[in-house]
Design a protein around this ligand. Structure first.
Ligand SMILES: Cc1cc2nc3c(=O)[nH]c(=O)nc-3n(C[C@H](O)[C@H](O)[C@H](O)COP(=O)(O)O)c2cc1C
Length: 187
């Protein structure tokens, strides 16, 4: 049976001015956007019209909710802030719930330090589980991120990152496909 391409948007998880994670998210969107088996979009937490004087599904943005409903999988680009995730990322994720259930997620950690956001990834895992998302067991890590990109946001040495991204996508596509089959075929 012919299948539509998987829809796997990329969530840029910080609104910070001067964020390095933007270059990382754009790199991922640009790379995976070349694939015929995937449709993708950049979702920027900075520009989502989500209120900050309330929390949870009460402030669901219809546009973001529709993207999550349509998604087969997600990529979250999460910079490490004090070993945790940016508050705005959690605030945005908390506005949906049923839209995420039985969908795949891969996490890309970004850090100024040398651990590549491993601690933010670990801290996101219980949140993903509670949202009903299914995490893959391969991550992306951009450590020492300030040294990786030139002024125009291009990776100075793209090959290693492209290889890791291919491996990450292999796993994310497998999980997204299996879960899509399950959502369509199982009650
Ligand atoms: C509030 C805050 C806390 C941070 N905490 C950490 C940290 O715990 N570990 C680390 O490696 N970098 C930390 N950083 C640096 C970020 O990882 C760094 O800015 C990196 O570029 C990714 O974040 P960005 O997308 O906001 O630039 C922190 C940055 C901010 C703004």
């Amino acid at each position: 049976m012919a299948q539509l391409p998987l829809f796997i948007p990329v969530i840029l998880g910080t609104p910070r001015q001067g964020r390095q994670s933007e270059a990382v998210a754009k790199f991922i969107v640009e790379q995976i956007g070349r694939r015929e088996d995937i449709e993708t979009e950049l979702i920027d937490v900075r520009t989502l019209p989500i209120a900050t004087d309330d929390a949870g599904e009460a402030i669901k943005d219809p546009g973001f909710a529709a993207q999550m409903e349509r998604a087969d999988g997600l990529i979250i680009v999460a910079p490490e802030y004090n070993h945790g995730y940016p508050g705005m990322l959690k605030h945005v994720l908390d506005t949906c719930l049923k839209e995420y259930i039985h969908k795949a997620v891969g996490i890309c950690g970004v850090s100024a330090g040398s651990f590549g956001g491993t601690r933010v990834i670990q801290n996101l895992l219980p949140v993903m589980r509670e949202l009903g998302l299914v995490t893959i067991f391969y991550d992306l890590n951009f450590s020492n991120v300030k040294t990786l990109f030139d002024e125009s946001g291009q990776l100075l040495e793209p090959e290693p990152q492209i290889r890791r991204l291919d491996r990450f996508m292999q796993e994310l596509i497998w999980m997204s496909s299996v879960l899509r089959y399950g959502r369509q075929e199982m009650q």
